[in-house]
Structure formats: structure tokens, C-alpha cells
Design a protein around this ligand. Structure first.
Ligand SMILES: [Zn+2]
Length: 303
């Protein structure tokens, strides 16, 4: 399972109940932050999430509503005694912005901070460990901008202990069986894999897309994603404004979700002009039925 906590469902102008962009992503014991609009650290505290267990931060682009909260978050992590390294993935320029602030304010963190410039023109694996892979998704915004796709890695099949004992399966043969091989015992008898193993646990994916004009083609890393967070800054009556500012409407986001064959769609990044969000659902539903709207503090899961 992958779960996400909406830290900010708003866009450039914050509202009392809608913070600028930020999503906390949880997969097993790992926590990732995607975008860090102003006040993100307060949102993490409001929703009782530890700042220190975040070790990777992914910033989609360098518009203020997506990164202004970073310096404050880093400061607090340092004040709270953080020692573990932190990786920040962002389009080129963020490191310079943060370092200017550090230099002028004579601020030094108590932990290693590693910046990684993202090439916003190509899809790439930005980061991975044994369980997860994070891909960049090039988007079409006014400045360099990427989305992120979090994909859990496929696990080997589970080999049954009772079968290991019964067939006396030696240790050296077990890895191949976990990867799907049959087993030949000492008498030459072939035991089919499905008798020896149970299926590996299901793996899930989450994709974050903000901000962009609607993508005409579905990037490979997005196809079939279990949970898609997609910006829907405007409703259809503002489609010209959406085009001019390189954003999407709810209908466009839903059409993209259908094209990408995702399982669930969550709309977010709403313009401050909207108070009620029912209309976003109404516009999206005819094109993609399993749709919801993001609200600050709300969790969504892949299952
Ligand atoms: Zn933007």
C-alpha cells in the first residue's frame, strides 16, 4: 500500500483551509515529501507527522507556492537536532536559492543536505532503494517542471516453509524458486513452482502531477498508476485562463486519468477563487468515475 497525506491542496494564493502545495507520501516505513509550499512544516505538525523521518524531498518546480516552505522546514529539522542526511531533488536553481539564504543569515545545518538537479526534459529514475523507485515525469508548465511517479518494486514469491522441509530444498536452490523456477529433487522429479510458493505481495504506485497543461501522451511511468494526484486549478469555464497559465481544468485531468488507465484520481491545486469543490467532481466524473477532491489533512491510499 502507498498512502498520501494532503498538506496543501491550494495553488498560488493560500486560503485559511487550503495551504500551498505539499504531499507527504508513505510506503512501509519510508516517508517522502513532494513539494513544500509555504507553511508545509506547520501542516506536518498540525497533522501530527514527524519532520525528521522525511529523508527525500522532491520539488516539482521553482514557483513560490511549491518551494517557499523549504528553508523553514530545514531550519526546524536542524533546530530539533537532526543529524541524518537529507536529499532534495529539484530543478536547477533551488540549491542557489537556499544557499543565498544560508549565507546572508549565517545559517548552518547540523546535517548533510544533498541537492540533486533534475533534468526536466526527460523521464528518469531519480532515486531508488530496495523497495521503491521514484521517476521524474516531464510536464508542460511556464517554467521547467516535473511530476513524480513512486513505484514499489516487485518482490520475490514467498516460498512455503512446509515445502522446504517436505522436499528438502537446499538453500542454494531457494532464490531461483522465489523468482519463479520449478524445483527438481534428488530423484529427478520436477515440483512445479506454484506448489512451492505463494504469490508475492502486490506492489503499488502513486503519481503526482502538478503544474501542467494537460499532457497529450501518457508517460510510461504513469500508465496504470494506482493513485494519481493531478492538478485541476480551474473549472471548464476558465479553460482559456488554464491554457494561458499552463494549468488544467478538472475535465482535462479526468480525461488524462482515463487515458492513463489509472485506478483512482485525486484532484488538487485549486485556485483560491473556488470555495466549494463539488463542481470539480461534477465536471470530472463523466470522464473518470473514481475521482475525489483533495482537502488539507486528508489521507488517500492505493487500496
Ligand atoms: Zn506553477
Amino acid at each position: 500500500m502507498i498512502s498520501i497525506l494532503i498538506l496543501g491542496s491550494g495553488s498560488a494564493t493560500p486560503k485559511v483551509n487550503r495551504n500551498p502545495a505539499g504531499v507527504l507520501v508513505n510506503s512501509n516505513n519510508s516517508y517522502f515529501l513532494v513539494d513544500c509550499g509555504e507553511g508545509t512544516q506547520l501542516q506536518l505538525r498540525r497533522y501530527k507527522q514527524s519532520l525528521q523521518r522525511i529523508h527525500q524531498i522532491f520539488i516539482s518546480h521553482l514557483h513560490a507556492d511549491h518551494f517557499l516552505g523549504l528553508f523553514g522546514l530545514l531550519s526546524t529539522q536542524s533546530l530539533l537536532g537532526r543529524e541524518k542526511a537529507l536529499d532534495v531533488f529539484a530543478p536547477k536553481g533551488l540549491q542557489e536559492i537556499i544557499e543565498v539564504q544560508m549565507k546572508i543569515t549565517k545559517t548552518y545545518w547540523g546535517f548533510p543536505l544533498n541537492f540533486h538537479d533534475i533534468d526536466c526534459k526527460k523521464e528518469a529514475v531519480l532515486w531508488q532503494d530496495e523497495e521503491m523507485e521514484v521517476h521524474s515525469i516531464p510536464l508542460n508548465h511556464k517554467i521547467d517542471c516535473v511530476g513524480f511517479s513512486f513505484r514499489q518494486k516487485t518482490k520475490p514469491r514467498n516460498i512455503l516453509q512446509s515445502k522446504i522441509e517436505f522436499y528438502k530444498i537446499p538453500v542454494f536452490a531457494r532464490r531461483a524458486i522465489k523468482n519463479g523456477a520449478d524445483f527438481t529433487d534428488e530423484n529427478g522429479r520436477v515440483i512445479p513452482n506454484k506448489e512451492l510458493t505463494t504469490a508475492a505481495p502486490r506492489v503499488f504506485s502513486f503519481t503526482y502531477i502538478s503544474d501542467t497543461r494537460v499532457l497529450k501522451e501518457v508517460p510510461v511511468a504513469v500508465l496504470g498508476t494506482d493513485l494519481l494526484y493531478h492538478e485541476a486549478t480551474f473549472l471548464s469555464d476558465m479553460i482559456e485562463r488554464a491554457k494561458a497559465t499552463h494549468h488544467c481544468t478538472a475535465q482535462q485531468a479526468a480525461q488524462f486519468a482515463a487515458l492513463a488507465e489509472v485506478k483512482k484520481l485525486v484532484l488538487g491545486h485549486f485556485s483560491a477563487r473556488y470555495d466549494e469543490l463539488d463542481e470539480f467532481i461534477a465536471e470530472a466524473k463523466p470522464y473518470f468515475a473514481n475521482v475525489d477532491v483533495a482537502q488539507d489533512g486528508q489521507w488517500f491510499s492505493t487500496e
